[in-house]
Each structure stands twice: as C-alpha cells, then as structure tokens.
Design a binder for this molecule. Structure first.
Ligand code: HEC
Length: 372
C-alpha cells in the first residue's frame, strides 16, 4: 500500500483534499455534493489570472460543492497550505514569487518538500497527535536506569525518546517512501543514543553510534518482526494490567489501525447481568452481550503476550520481550490468536494480518486526511 499522505497529494493536483473533497473557508476538507450548479461556484479566491483551479482533469464537471462557502485553494494560498502541511513552515517569498510567475512550480516545490528532512519531523508530529504516545510520565522513570539515574536532566529526553519510538519508525518508513504496511512488519525500529544506552538495542548501520540522532536499530531480545507492534514505546504507553490481559491494548490497536472504536459500539445492558455463579471469564465466551466485543478482542489480545508483564513497574519486566509468555495468551484467554477470524501464528502474523486487512489502508487515508 502506498503512503496515504502521498495518495492524498497525488489524488488531486489543485487541492490538498482527497478526490471528492474540497477545502472550505475554515480550511477543512468536506465532501463535494453532486448537483446542478456551474463551475463558477468552484472558484476561488484566486491570487491571479492563472488561478482558475479547474485544471484537474479528474474533476467531473457535474460535481460541484454543495456549500457556497467552499473555496478551492490555488496559487500562493495553496502553496502556503502545502508548505505548512509538509514542512511545518510558511513558504518563503522567493517560493511564492516562483509560483506566481509559473503555477506549475507548485508541483516541483511540493515534490522537493517531500524529500525535505523536515517532512519526516512533520510526520512525527502528525502521528503524535493521533497515537498519543508522547506523555510526560510512564510507569517507570529514568531513575531506574543506571546510565541515566545520576543526571536529572535525562528525565524529559528519556520520556520524549520512549514516546517517540513508534512515531519515528512510522515517519521514517513513510518519508522513505516505503510501503506503509511496513509499520506492521518491519524487523527493526528507530532509536536514538539514549534508547540504545538503556535498552537491548543496536544501531543497524555500523559507525552510527555517536551523535547521529534517530537511526534504524534492532532489539536483541528476539522479538518478532512486527513494526510498531514490537516497540517498547507503544506498549509502555498502552500498558496492561495482570487482569486486563492486553484487552485495552487491543482497543487502542483497532482504533488506530483500522479505525474501529469498541467504545462506540452500542451496548445493551438489559440482559447483560451475569448469572449467579457464572464466572466473568466464562461470560466473556458465552454471554452474547459480552461476546459482541470480546469475541474479537480476546483472540487479538491472545497474540500480545510476549509483551505481557507480571509487574508493570519493573524495567526487567517491561523493557524486554518475553517469548516464553506467548503461550500464556491461549491459556489465560482460552482462545487461539486471531485477527477478526483469521488465525495468526504470533505477533508477526498479527502484524501481517492487520496489514492485509482492507480496513487498514482506508483507515490510514482517513487519519491522514483528518490530520491535514
Ligand atoms: C462495547 C464493547 C464491549 C462489551 C459489550 C464488553 N466489553 Fe469488556 N472490554 C471491552 C474493552 C474495549 C476492554 C478493554 C478496556 C481497557 O482496558 O481499556 C474490555 C475489558 C474487559 C475486561 C478486563 C478488565 C480489566 O481491566 O481487568 C473484562 C474482565 C471484561 N471486559 C469483561 C466483560 C464482560 C463480562 C462483558 C459482558 C457483560 C463485557 N466485558 C462486555 C469492550 C467490551
């Protein structure tokens, strides 16, 4: 699958919105309605004679915005929007002049910005807004690590690095124009010097130990190749308790990766009371009110037991993978690992199954269009 971001930009030459969507005055992409109005409604608060905004050959003439407030950005205004989205910066005067003199320069600039290192940083920020892994407190602090304990100045760099790990991996793959599904299958992560100094991680490329910032790195604890699903940063943020059995983690994964929210499912509690003597864990597998969610939650949770910890506050428990616990999932949850009915062998299989799920690319595009 292609990166949703590139898809969005490619889909519509003259608008930053997805095909079928148009930018309104508030800067939000809203769907076009089919209707009988004329093209003039499409246009524009153009910046010059070249800003007709109708060059997009994919645009069906009969498709017009249903809302008079909609404005198709072109020229300098579109350049400004794209620059903020891709680089987090306003365009320079020289760049604005360039586009004013030749509207086609907009595409050249856009393509160059996709190669700009600031694009990767910008993706980290975009993913951060949705994945919420950047927090100022995890269950363990920097003081647990000898390498950091004596320097209080490590506190924020430590938290920042842990929270950024999964975001950096995704941004690195996306900015490198790799298939975005690799966020679920990569056999490496991204790490900086701080993470390498505390966790069982080695930079993939020799000679990149010092001062290079974020680099590809590999864990030495034999964890499966599952991209972000095999990062400490993700599971430190979405931790689980001994009795929760990874279920909260599943709710987060399903929301972030296939845009389904268990908490928004309708729940009827009328018949949900658990019969006397019926154990909660039995109800989960027999009571229809519970199964509506747990029939899919529990088999996914079952695949996550290599990251299951017996003490969430111990670095020896939470900063390494426990391959020997993988079999605990089927034992404790009484269900083999599955992704919505598809059996998976292990965490790597789970990553692949999510990557193969048609809801995944749709969700990536949806999340990207929300972010821009
Ligand atoms: C609407 C979806 C939904 C329904 C219906 C539902 N659950 Fe859950 N359940 C969840 C989610 C999501 C979690 C994980 C929540 C979290 O940890 O953030 C969860 C977690 C749990 C946990 C782990 C709690 C813990 O943290 O220790 C138990 C036990 C549980 N559910 C039992 C049940 C039972 C029994 C029923 C039926 C009476 C039921 N659930 C119905 C969605 C649902």
């Amino acid at each position: 699958m292609l990166l949703g971001f590139t898809l969005l930009l490619a889909a519509c030459n003259s608008s930053p919105c997805m095909e079928g969507f148009l930018l309104n005055k508030e800067g939000t992409c809203v769907p076009w309605k089919k209707g009988g109005s004329t093209d003039s409604q499409l246009d524009t608060q153009g910046d010059g004679p070249d800003d007709s905004g109708t060059e997009d050959s994919d645009t069906d003439d009969s498709v017009v915005p249903g809302d008079d407030d909609l404005v198709l950005l072109t020229g300098g205004r579109l350049l400004r929007r794209i620059s903020l989205d891709l680089r987090g910066l306003l365009p320079t005067l020289a760049e604005l002049d360039q586009v004013e003199a030749d509207p086609a320069a907009l595409e050249t600039l856009r393509d160059a910005w996709l190669e700009d290192p600031r694009f990767e940083q910008r993706l980290v920020e975009i993913f951060a807004e949705q994945w919420h892994t950047q927090v100022d407190e995890f269950l363990v602090t920097y003081r647990e690590y000898q390498a950091l304990a004596s320097s209080p100045g490590s506190e924020y760099p430590f938290e920042r690095a842990v929270g950024e790990e999964p975001l950096r991996l995704m941004a690195h793959l996306a900015a490198g124009d790799r298939p975005f599904s690799e966020i679920l299958t990569a056999d490496f992560t991204l790490a900086n010097e701080l993470l390498v100094s505390i966790w069982d991680l080695t930079f993939s490329e020799e000679g990149s130990e010092e001062g290079e910032g974020w680099q590809e790195a590999r864990y030495g604890d034999g964890r499966p190749a599952a991209g972000v699903l095999a990062t400490n940063g993700l599971w430190w943020r979405y931790h689980t308790t001994v009795s929760n059995y990874n279920r909260g983690r599943v709710a987060a994964l399903v929301r972030l990766l296939v845009c389904e929210d268990y908490l928004s499912r309708p729940v009827s509690l009328d018949g949900a009371s658990i019969a006397e003597g019926e154990a909660v864990e039995d109800a989960l597998r027999a009571n229809p009110y519970c199964m509506g969610c747990h029939a899919s939650i529990d088999p996914i949770a079952s695949a996550l037991f290599g990251f299951y910890s017996l003490n969430e506050y111990s670095i020896f428990e939470i900063d390494r993978y426990h391959a020997e616990r993988e079999t605990l999932g089927p034992l404790l949850l009484d269900t083999e690992p599955e992704w919505f009915g598809t059996p998976v062998s292990d965490l790597a299989g789970l990553g692949q199954a999510i990557a193969d799920d048609p809801r995944f690319p749709t969700c990536v595009v949806k999340r990207m269009s929300q972010a821009l």
